[in-house]
Design a binder for this molecule. Structure first.
Ligand code: SAH
Length: 266
């Protein structure tokens, strides 16, 4: 086994701008088209990776994860994207690294408890702790200097003062949460939820089925409320894609070099 090349890590982005920033750093990427998606096979920071745009929503995420595992044999999947902040201290420009993920729109009650995935007996899917801890550590380091990361103009425009790093529950559903009423309802129902997005928990479920480590890191783009700032697209380009690139790059650089010989995952 140690003589085989190490299996790649999957880097999944939700937004086109994020993926193009990553691809620009991959010297040797080769496109493989499966299920209407472009999977980019190559290297980042000397590590074998497959980069792909999942598209938006839980089904899109599940298909992407399945193809990554079945066709590309990835040894771990890392999702990087944006999310709406739910918990009070989770502000625009912060980063949330999931410890566990839940589908907030899963509800087969009264046959099964609310949020439980029927016949799996679970509502919360654990993210890989080692990858999550490593991502949180590089995030804390990189976010110490937001001006160096995104520039003074973006720091001012989006009021990025002392961005924080949070670890905890990330919830996913097929809804863009953009009203205060819905955000408050989610917080009442799931008081420990830090942020809401539309893909993570679906990927976590697929990874659980296959026994493949999964991690999710999200930059907070909005507060999932009525005031969710209109300049979502600009935030993704100016802030989130730069965070993603810096954090994913810094994390990959911490992994043992490909030819170290141990072949050990992560
Ligand atoms: N206006 C954007 C909308 C994208 S949907 C566009 O046209 O491209 C939002 C994406 O960001 C999803 O992939 C989701 O995972 C994440 N997201 C960010 N904020 C969110 C919120 N408040 N609720 C749900 N998903 C959110």
């Amino acid at each position: 086994m140690s003589s085989l090349p190490r299996a790649p890590v999957a880097i999944v982005a939700a937004m086109h701008e994020e993926l193009s920033a990553l691809l620009a750093q991959m010297p040797d990427e080769q496109r493989v088209r499966v299920a209407g998606r472009d999977f980019w096979v190559g290297h980042l920071q000397g590590q074998p990776v497959v980069a792909v745009l999942s598209r938006i929503g839980k089904v899109a995420a599940a298909v992407t994860a399945t193809v990554l595992i079945e066709r590309f044999g990835v040894r771990a999947i890392v999702f990087t994207g944006v999310a709406g902040g739910l918990a009070p201290g989770v502000k625009v420009g912060d980063v949330v690294v999931a410890t566990e993920l839940l589908q907030h729109d899963m509800d087969a009650s009264p046959l099964f408890p609310k949020h439980e995935v029927p016949l799996m007996g679970m509502a919360r899917f654990a993210a890989d702790a080692a990858i999550g801890n490593a991502l949180a550590a590089v995030a804390a380091d990189v976010l110490r200097d937001p001006v160096a990361l995104v520039g003074q103009q973006a720091v001012d425009e989006f009021s990025l003062r002392q961005p924080g790093v949070h670890r905890g529950l990330l919830v996913s559903g097929d809804r863009f949460v953009s009203t205060t009423a819905e955000s408050e309802a989610l917080q009442r129902e799931l008081p420990d939820a830090l942020a809401v997005e539309m893909e993570g928990a679906a990927m976590a479920q697929v990874c659980q089925d296959y026994g493949v480590p999964f991690a999710a890191m999200r930059t907070i783009s909005d507060r999932a409320d009525d005031a969710a700032h209109g300049d979502f697209a600009r935030f993704v380009v100016e802030v989130a894609s730069r965070y993603s690139l810096a954090l994913v790059g810094a994390w990959l650089a911490t992994l043992p070099a490909q030819d170290a010989g141990s072949g050990a995952a992560t």
